[in-house]
Design a protein around this ligand. Structure first.
Ligand SMILES: CC(=O)SCCNC(=O)CCNC(=O)[C@H](O)C(C)(C)COP(=O)(O)OP(=O)(O)OC[C@H]1O[C@@H](n2cnc3c(N)ncnc32)[C@H](O)[C@@H]1OP(=O)(O)O
Length: 491
């Protein structure tokens, strides 16, 4: 134990990632940061044994990401029987390209005297430019079938293991027809070159996306055996109706919370909307911070459309309030304009569950804060009065909870039906409360980004930003669980 304590160190602390560019006489550091994860490389404990004062420096050239690994330490444990220091190069080799293992002076010379750097442009095509904090940025996109895209992606991919939990690098040596399904987006800052021969591009982040075919059965056609020519004409995957899926999405830590992720996501979304063969945008296993980014971006996109199309909850569905009837089911089509909403969802190409979340957020935002949980709404009274509450905003809030519960129930029906009735009611109640708390956080985050509300319109809530708590887990494609502690922030 004592031996391990003396000679062990935290792998995340030992690994330093450094972005470099040419300096006056040798490369200089632009930014340095630590990884979020090293378990794929050094094991679940993220510990390295056998070194004192260990620094593993992983360098990237700012423009073309030319990589380099340099290892230094003060002392190394001398092997005793079968106890030996971690084989650092052996652990790193599967994750870094061979070119990263040259000696440091050669690497520094290659970066300092790179004769191609001055004319470097990111691979693919320039698709979007923007300014932030008086600095200029560009987003470039190219197919993975392009060798220049593959070269930069191969260099960048170690970052996937270091920053995306359960993320795995892409195989870039697949056959061309499958590489063509992938588009890689790069975000670069346009910088003043530090030397006359240096590049004016500096990496900020990147994302990979792929198309996958969407099976759509035309029910107006009765299947029949056809006498078509054989072999059939070549099918181009890029022309078939598809979903677009974001696979890896990464902004370097030195650029976090400056809106780059939002620009990148919005650019990918805009490309889906512009492409008639793409039916909707989906995301592969998003984490909590990506969900926060996606929710804020989608809310800002859809909110003006909801306002323009006058989407709101009808507080008196089917005249139920006036007739004081007890309804046996949630009258969805009377509460919300389902046709208008279907039209908005398909034209904005947003996946159904994500659209439901954004719609629920919007409908919640239309109820004045004092009639919502966050503003101290009297839930006990609401549960007695239900749809017969006197105030239309109380009725709206009642129906908002019912609609949200209905969606949650449908989605988690099998799991919920395993519970006793009282437990089921309690679980749904907890879940809808957690969902609402999560929505309030997003509404709070988008406050400054949307036009100011009219005087009589409800304002977005204020309050501290806290972590979202959930009772039911959600994932677009995978089996879902009812649980207390979940990775996904919403249901
Ligand atoms: C499909 C996948 O790859 S899932 C994995 C996603 N990638 C990673 O987790 C890798 C490491 N992390 C990152 O690359 C970045 O933190 C990202 C991509 C998640 C976010 O990128 P950023 O450029 O920082 O996002 P951006 O500045 O546009 O944030 C927009 C909004 O999203 C929300 N948001 C972004 N990051 C976070 C976070 N860590 N926690 C909570 N909310 C967040 C905030 O509301 C933010 O607005 P605000 O800063 O005005 O409050």
């Amino acid at each position: 134990m004592a031996l391990e304590d003396d000679w062990s160190c935290d792998a995340n602390d030992a690994l330093h990632i450094t972005v470099v560019q040419p300096g006056e006489t040798k490369p200089k550091t632009l930014s340095t940061f630590h990884p979020q994860f090293t378990y794929p490389i050094f094991g679940d404990e993220e510990q390295i044994f056998g070194y004192k004062g260990l620094i593993i420096r992983l360098r990237f050239a700012a423009h073309d990401l030319r990589p380099h690994v340099h290892i230094s330490y003060d002392d190394r444990f001398k092997a005793v029987a079968d106890t030996a220091a971690t084989d650092l190069l052996g652990s790193l080799k599967p994750f870094v390209p061979e070119e990263a293992l040259i000696n440091l002076p050669d690497y520094e010379n290659a970066v300092q005297d790179d004769s191609n750097a001055k004319d470097f442009t990111p691979p693919g095509k320039l698709v979007y430019s923007y300014e932030a904090n008086e600095r200029s940025y560009e987003i470039w996109a190219g197919s993975l079938a392009d060798p220049d895209v593959r070269r930069i992606l191969d260099r960048a991919q170690i970052l996937v293991s270091l920053f995306i939990e359960a993320g795995t690098p892409l195989a870039t040596d697949d056959p061309e027809w499958t590489l063509e399904r992938w588009t890689v987006y790069f975000v670069y800052e346009k910088v003043t070159p530090p030397t006359p021969t240096a590049s004016s591009y500096s990496i900020v982040g990147y994302a990979t996306t792929y198309r996958y075919w969407l099976y759509q059965r035309d029910r107006t056609i009765t299947p029949a055996v056809k006498d078509d020519a054989f072999p059939p004409p070549e099918i181009k995957l890029s022309e078939l109706p598809s979903r677009l899926r974001i696979a890896q999405f990464l902004i370097l830590p030195s650029h976090h919370r400056s809106g780059h992720g939002t620009h990148l996501y919005t650019t990918i979304h805009a490309s889906c909307i512009a492409d008639p063969t793409i039916v909707e945008l989906t995301v592969e296993d998003p984490n909590e911070s990506f969900d926060a980014l996606r929710d804020t971006a989608d809310f800002c996109l859809l909110q003006p459309e909801f306002v323009k199309r006058k989407v709101n909850l009808n507080p008196d569905p089917n005249g139920a309030y006036s007739r004081k009837q007890r309804l046996s089911s949630v009258p969805t089509a009377e509460l919300i304009p389902t046709d208008v909403l279907r039209d908005i969802r398909t034209s904005f190409k947003i996946e159904a569950t994500q659209f439901a979340h954004i719609l629920e957020m919007f409908l919640l935002s239309q109820i004045p804060p004092s009639h919502r949980l966050a503003g101290g709404a009297n839930i006990a009274r609401l549960l007695i009065k239900k749809a017969k509450a006197d105030d239309p905003d109380d009725r709206r809030y009642y129906w908002w909870r019912m609609l949200t519960k209905q969606r949650l129930f449908k989605k988690h029906k099998e799991l919920l039906q395993e519970l006793e009735l009282l437990d089921r009611v309690e679980k749904l109640d907890d879940t809808v409360r957690n969902v609402e708390e999560g929505y309030e956080i997003t509404l709070n985050a988008v406050k400054g980004r949307l036009p100011e509300p009219e005087d009589d319109a409800p304002a977005a809530p204020t309050g501290p930003r806290n972590k979202r708590k959930l009772a039911v887990e959600d994932d677009e494609d995978e089996e879902e669980n009812v649980s207390e502690a979940v990775k996904r922030p919403k249901v």
